[in-house]
Design a protein around this ligand. Structure first.
Ligand code: GLU
Length: 491
């Protein structure tokens, strides 16, 4: 089976992960079948175009690693905005892939419908339509276009639009890949505008014409398009074209069960990048919102190849999936831990500029082990990067540690470290254990005080490794700074 899918965003804003999940599924399906995934820019709503939106879409797909097989090429994109170089797109044969460059195709199809009596020109002004609407409401009728121009046979004119003539009785049935059989019995639809007076098509017409001529076999899109799908089905019938498989995806919900909003996760993709989320982790996590392998399989972490292999339309959920930012962070941690030391250091670059290279080398594996997002690197290595270390002094004191004990700890540990000839993780650890054995102080008194003295914080990478990364001289200096700080401390 040839599979051709597409992602058809409108550059009217900055899509959140919901839109990109649609792209992911369409891409996975095409890749799985050795087919093609297309990017088509639906820029027909000229009033709502948002500058920068196309660049955002293309760059985000690229960041996620969703490469399209056919779509606008570099040259076309560069005429719109400044794009960084990307792998050349195989010139598809069914372009252009930007709808504003396909106007004559839509206009020809519309002429065909008009000549067959399936569409007609309409010059009703917005004032007239408004009066109609008010009258309908007064008569308690369903508001919508009355069909006034259906029989007027208007010629083309500056102010005319073209409407699609819907049957008077609509009875339709569709087998949606996610929702099963859907029946429509006279849905609340009236002759929709398919070509506007500026010569641009509306979404319904452009989408059907393009999906047909681009050979799209599976249309994956959000469930918000379901109520107007009858228009698409009727357009396919009017044109005498075979329909694609429709796959209406459920919405992504926030943790509160409501539609995803800015409050919980509906960020533009660039924000995830800034938050230190890896594209692989985002791709993996988001693909699981609304899809599962099924048959009791608990697998959650999938490589890109596994996703391509295991994705199936049958595994899509017809109810909304919940976006859980905590789970995304967990998954990001899993991906971070799986990176090679070199790759981890490469990604860490912008957070480690003021950390001495040798210290980073020692501490990196321990940081990699404990973080969930990249910016957490900074707080984990702060003690290695600054001289004037702030300390969480309150964390030192408890029922087992008072000022005298704390001073004793830093004193004996300082002396002990001074006597250690060569610092190694083992010799540091041994020295701390000897302090406990020899001084009468308890582990629970020694370690927490030393940790605050050296790193400033309660939660840090393992202590001996942190001390090793800081080095003997600085460690002893930090211990020596403590008595004055302990003395000055007031709860
Ligand atoms: N341009 C539409 C949107 O952005 C595409 C819907 C579809 O995939 O058919 O939602």
């Amino acid at each position: 089976m040839t599979v051709r899918t597409r992602f058809a965003p409108s550059p009217t804003g900055f899509q959140h992960i919901g839109g990109f999940r649609t792209a992911m599924y369409a891409w996975l399906l095409a890749k799985q079948h050795g087919g093609q995934f297309l990017l088509r820019i639906e820029d027909t709503d000229r009033e709502r175009l948002v500058p920068g939106a196309i660049k955002y879409l293309v760059d985000s797909l690229h960041w996620l690693g969703i490469d399209y097989d056919e779509g606008p090429n570099q040259e076309q994109l560069n005429s719109i905005d400044e794009f960084s170089e990307f792998a050349p797109i195989t010139a598809g044969k069914v372009g252009p892939y930007i709808q504003s460059e396909r106007l004559s195709i839509y206009q020809n199809e519309v002429e065909r419908l008009i000549s067959e009596g399936k569409a007609y020109r309409c010059d009703c002004t917005s004032e007239r339509l408004e009066i109609e609407r008010l009258e309908q409401m007064a008569r308690r009728e369903r508001p919508g276009y009355s069909g006034y121009c259906r029989t007027r046979n208007l010629p083309a004119g500056e102010k005319t639009v073209v409407r699609f003539r819907l049957p008077d009785q609509i009875k339709l049935s569709l087998n949606d890949a996610v929702r099963g059989i859907i029946n429509w019995d006279n849905p609340p639809l009236r002759d929709p505008v398919i070509l506007k007076s500026d010569g641009f098509p509306t979404y319904h017409l452009a989408s059907v014409v393009d999906d047909h001529y681009m050979g799209i076999t599976h249309v994956l899109r959000g469930e918000e398009w379901l109520p107007t799908t009858p228009i698409h089905i009727l357009l396919y019938e009017a044109f005498g074209w075979e329909k694609p498989v429709f796959v209406h995806l459920s919405h992504i919900l926030g943790p509160d069960g409501k539609k995803l909003s800015k409050r919980h996760g509906a960020d533009a993709l660039t924000q995830y990048e800034e938050q230190g989320i890896l594209p692989e982790a985002l791709l993996n996590y988001v693909s699981l919102i609304g899809w599962s392998v099924g048959s009791g399989d608990e697998q959650e972490v999938f490589t890109r190849e596994e996703l391509i292999q295991k994705f199936s339309l049958e595994g899509l959920n017809s109810s909304g999936g919940v976006f859980d930012p905590v789970k995304l962070q967990w998954m990001n941690g899993v991906y971070l831990r799986s990176l090679s030391p070199e790759k981890f250091t490469e990604l860490a670059e912008k957070y480690i500029t003021s950390c001495p290279a040798k210290s980073w080398e020692i501490i990196a594996p321990h940081v990699q082990e404990r973080i969930k997002t990249l910016p957490e690197i900074s707080e984990n290595i702060e003690f290695l990067c600054i001289n004037d270390l702030p300390r969480e002094m309150t964390a030192i004191f408890n029922k087992n540690v008072d000022k005298d004990i704390a001073k004793k700890v830093v004193d004996v540990v300082g002396k002990k470290f001074a006597s250690v000839e060569t610092f190694s993780v083992e010799s540091i650890h041994k020295a701390l254990e000897e302090v406990v054995a020899e001084s009468g102080l308890k582990t629970g008194q020694v370690f927490p005080v030393v940790r605050i003295a050296v790193t400033g914080k309660k939660a840090t990478p393992p202590l001996s490794e942190s001390i090793m990364a800081l080095g003997k001289e600085k460690t002893i200096q930090r211990l020596n700074e403590m008595p004055a700080l302990i003395e000055a401390y007031q709860d």
